[in-house]
Design a binder for this molecule. Structure first.
Ligand SMILES: C[S@@+](CC[C@H](N)C(=O)[O-])C[C@H]1O[C@@H](n2cnc3c(N)ncnc32)[C@H](O)[C@@H]1O
Length: 300
């Protein structure tokens, strides 16, 4: 069981799974971005177990068995549809999956048959748990969508016990990429600034079109080179190579995620290291595999 530090203002039942609601979301939150995620995740929430495992393994590659266990309680800060809580549920005793957007209702569907994942509609800026409570925390693709990323990381780490671990994935500043890659990115970012302001239906339509005409050409090139035996080292230089083995569903979802979100920030490896240290983490390990950057640290 998971012990909350304050009572919820209400409970929403999704497929008989309670979602505890905390309406005071604090100040460090971008409500337009959160609303946009609610729309996104209600459009994309059907992840099959094989795909969750395949992608999950790339995020959790630097998490060792010693960090987990049935005697441990974990927190998924910014769970979205709860796919990583699903990935994690059999590796720990219980998971608190937390998200302020309506995505958490989609998580209720995905996690309906998993009793040890508990759902909270709440914000990182006002977490309903005591400090030093969790053994393991993770926040994947979330904190760069929060206005003060460093402060949000501190709020998560505050909830981890000394000796516990925190895994984070933040969008990278392309610090390990060449000039052409960065140029293509700056063009795509201009597109994001326009697309993210569109109404939900037009945004979804535009991102589907972009998945076909922008994502797929790079991904197909990467797949083709793979067929011809070109090494992964060379293929990884192609933009969007990371999607080489992903389904079109995931690609469409990520196109909407990438281009539909109003607030996103990017960080270099050095900035993330500094931010993690300031939040109270040590023994920091970065993965040298994509998605960049993801790192795990131990609470001092
Ligand atoms: C890109 S999604 C990632 C979801 C999930 N971690 C995943 O990878 O599937 C970002 C999530 O961050 C959530 N988010 C944004 N601001 C937040 C805040 N202040 N507290 C908690 N979650 C937040 C959004 O609602 C959204 O579901």
């Amino acid at each position: 069981m998971i012990q909350e530090s304050k009572a919820p203002v209400g409970t929403i039942s999704v497929k008989n799974k309670p979602v505890k609601r905390y309406d005071d979301l604090g100040q460090n939150i971008d409500l337009t971005t959160v609303e946009s995620f609610g729309e996104e995740w209600n459009a994309f929430h059907q992840f099959d177990d094989a795909e969750i495992k395949k992608i999950g393994d790339t995020y959790f590659d630097i998490v060792t068995p010693a960090m987990l266990g049935q005697d441990k309680i974990a927190a998924d800060f910014g769970c979205g549809t709860g796919r990583w809580s699903k990935y994690m549920h059999d590796k720990v005793g219980a998971v608190a999956a937390i998200d302020p957007s309506d995505a958490v209702l989609a998580a209720g569907h995905l996690l309906q048959d998993i009793p040890n994942v508990h759902l909270y509609k709440a914000s990182i800026d006002n977490l309903p748990f005591e400090n030093n409570y969790f053994d393991f925390g993770f926040s994947l693709g979330v904190l760069h969508h929060i206005p003060d990323t460093a402060k949000a990381m501190e709020a998560c780490v505050e909830k981890i016990k000394p000796g516990g671990h925190f895994l984070v994935y933040l969008y990278y500043k392309l610090d390990n990429r060449g000039k052409l890659y960065r140029f293509l990115f700056s063009l795509s970012d201009l597109v994001r600034r326009v697309v993210s302001k569109m109404p939900a239906w037009l945004k979804k339509f535009t991102c589907n079109v972009m998945a076909v005409f922008f994502y797929m050409p790079f991904i197909l090139l990467s797949r083709l080179l793979k067929v011809f035996g070109v090494s992964k080292k060379i293929r990884s230089k192609i933009p969007l190579h990371v999607y080489e083995n992903n389904s079109f569903y995931i690609i469409r979802n990520d196109a909407l995620d990438r281009f539909g979100t109003p607030l996103e920030q990017r960080f270099s490896k050095a900035e993330i290291q500094q931010m993690m240290e300031k939040a109270g983490l040590g023994d920091i390990v970065f993965s040298n595999q994509s998605p960049f950057w993801h790192a795990v640290g131990k609470k001092r």
